[in-house]
Design a protein around this ligand. Structure first.
Ligand SMILES: [Zn+2]
Length: 111
């Protein structure tokens, strides 16, 4: 049995006996607001994603209803920010076509 640095200890249980790892009605932000705790399994996540909730058999909507979370705020940790997780676009001053670059060094190393 692996030793966890931070064991997940449920703070309560639902009526059906399911352990609950977060207070009802809100997400618990930890790690400098950069992660939130999943109510279902206690995992610390930057974002309680739909993909994560699928593993618990829930959708974001049913997760919110089950744990009393309001529909408005996102399930993302407050400190993660709103930067989209997309690949950055290069600055416009960079040449877009790489075929302008020489294929090999202009300096010859042969003598
Ligand atoms: Zn979970």
């Amino acid at each position: 049995m692996p030793a966890h640095a931070e064991p997940h200890i449920p703070i309560g249980r639902l009526d059906d006996g399911t352990p609950v790892y977060g207070p009802p009605g809100r997400l618990t932000a930890v790690d400098g607001q950069r992660r939130v705790r999943c109510h279902i399994c206690g995992a610390l996540l930057a974002h309680v994603s739909a993909d994560h909730l699928t593993r618990h058999g829930l959708t974001p909507g049913s997760y919110r209803r089950r744990y009393g979370l309001p529909p408005g705020p996102s399930l993302t940790a407050p400190g993660v920010g709103h930067a989209p997780p997309t690949t950055p676009t290069p600055p416009s001053w960079l040449p877009r076509r790489r075929d302008r670059l020489p294929a090999r060094p202009a300096v010859s190393l042969t003598r």
